[in-house]
Write a protein that binds this ligand. Structure first.
Ligand code: SDX
Length: 438
């Protein structure tokens, strides 16, 4: 115990405590023995937004924010993006190892045969306004799947959990495509099991009167790479929600819907849509300096920049930038790329951003590619959610199997009123009696 513990002197009681280190942390519960007396609840930690709190063990994703390193199950993201397909990576995230050819064939077959939606889902989607945001429709429809598959509540049954994973990974592209077609007033296109995961997604999005959809292979592969890059990112905001909702033993459909809701925020997965709005607002390359000046004066944030963990270039942004070149060879160059490149060039030289270690993140270039491929900005976060469903399910499976995990229920520092009596209605509001909030 000599050197592998923290020695804490509580000067309130002049008592010394030894708290053992645990894998580079200390267990917060070990602090509860630090008390001023028998009545004292014991010491807690205060960590709003969990800036410095490990909530779980995980072996899924490793990030080194200072070095700009991202690995899924130990494999560098650069190798996965170059050598694998998205469904292969989804298997890796969930099962822990890359699949053999036979395992991958069975996995793809299972997912492919769960791409159809129950017909009642189409009627559910019809209830949305024509201009409903696709992310709102996506979240609601994923949650509604829980009403179609009540067996998903058997969260302690490994086979049932795996079946729900096939259903969710298989159906999220179909739901996404249906939200897109609903917004355009186009008829839904059923899945085509002859096509790959991304080709089928493109088929359900863009097939019109032709009998068989022919996906551009470069664009299909670019989408597959983008799905790989977005698949997981350890304990990000939405993964934390997936684990927290799952910790109450709610089914994986409502937990995935909750995680997607967290992802929709502009500080998280909604940033890619905001990046496009920002580039549209800037309008031209020579407007960039004035825009950056405004950001430095506190007029908003540079969307697609900054990260809670990466204090170096987000490795995903680097790969996306390379992928953009391949997409633009097919779609034609996008003027927004010139604005984005100028924004990045200036920001990376500017002390304001350098001092705060603000680099482009995964959302900075992804939106430009998606738009060039024909997606409306409102679909960008839905694309993020399709891919991240695999990561959320991997995090959920790990949480369900972790013997240390219990229902998530943080503590608080209470700053409200002490006990007080109800004031009769006729006396409320009089200046003598304070009924204002603390
Ligand atoms: C994703 O967690 C994940 O892993 C998420 C994700 C994933 O794969 O799951 O990687 C995906 O969500 C990427 C992030 C997408 N969001 C954006 O691009 C929105 C813009 N970025 C910021 O809102 C911000 O950078 C966050 C939310 C991403 C991170 O914020 P933090 O870690 O809470 O940092 P902070 O807000 O405390 O900022 C520290 C300083 C502040 O300045 P000061 O108060 O010190 O003067 O940096 C400034 C901030 O104002 N700052 C920015 C900025 N981001 C932070 N200033 C201008 N533009 C920005 N983008």
């Amino acid at each position: 115990m000599e050197n592998d513990c923290l020695s804490i002197l509580d000067k309130r009681t002049n008592t010394n405590y030894e708290v053992p280190f645990y894998k580079g942390t200390i267990r917060a519960m070990d602090l509860r023995k630090i008390k001023t007396g028998a009545e004292d609840f014991g010491l807690m930690t205060y960590d709003p937004a969990f800036m410095n709190t490990a909530s779980c063990h995980s072996s899924i994703t490793f990030i080194d924010g200072d070095k700009g390193i991202l690995r899924y199950r130990g494999y560098p993201i650069e190798q996965l993006a170059e050598k694998c397909t998205f469904l292969e990576v989804a298997y890796l995230l969930i099962c822990g190892e890359l699949p053999t050819a036979e395992q991958l064939k069975a996995w793809v077959n299972k997912v492919t045969h769960h791409t159809m939606l129950h017909e009642s889902t189409k009627h559910f989607l019809e209830g949305f306004r024509y201009d409903a945001h696709p992310m709102g429709m996506f979240i609601s429809t994923v949650a509604a799947l829980a009403t179609i598959y009540p067996d998903a509540r058997n969260i302690h049954d490994a086979e049932s959990r795996r079946l729900q994973m096939y259903r969710l990974i298989g159906k999220v592209p179909t739901i996404a495509a249906y939200t897109y077609r609903h917004g355009l007033g186009y008829p839904y296109v059923y899945p085509d099991n002859d096509l790959s995961y991304t080709e089928n997604f493109m088929n359900m999005l863009w097939r019109m009167a032709e009998p068989k959809y022919q996906a551009n292979p470069v664009l299909a592969r670019a989408l597959d790479v983008l799905f790989i890059l977005h698949a997981d990112h350890e304990q990000n905001c939405s993964a934390n929600v997936m684990r927290s909702v799952g910790s109450s033993q709610a089914d994986p459909f409502v937990a995935t819907a909750a995680a997607a809701a967290a992802l929709s925020g502009p500080l998280h997965g909604g940033a890619n849509e905001e990046v496009l709005r920002m580039l549209d607002e800037i309008g031209a390359k020579d407007h960039v300096p004035a825009y950056i000046k405004g950001i430095k004066e506190g007029k908003g944030k540079l969307m697609g920049f900054g990260h809670r963990v990466y204090k170096n270039y987000d490795p995903r942004a680097r790969i996306i930038k390379q992928t953009a070149e391949q997409v633009f060879e097919i779609t034609g160059k996008n003027s927004k790329l010139d604005i984005a490149l100028e924004l990045e060039r200036i920001a990376l030289e500017d002390e304001y951003f350098v001092k705060r270690k603000l680099y482009p993140n995964v959302d900075f270039y992804s939106g430009i590619i998606y738009q060039a491929m024909g997606f409306h900005p409102e679909m960008f976060t839905v694309l993020f959610a399709i891919s991240r469903t695999a990561g959320w399910l991997a995090q959920w499976e790990e949480m369900v199997n972790d013997p240390e995990q219990k229902i998530s229920r943080p503590r608080q520092i209470y700053t409200g009123h002490e006990i007080r009596d109800i004031v009769p209605m006729e006396k409320r509001g009089s200046s003598a009696i304070s009924t204002s909030r603390p």
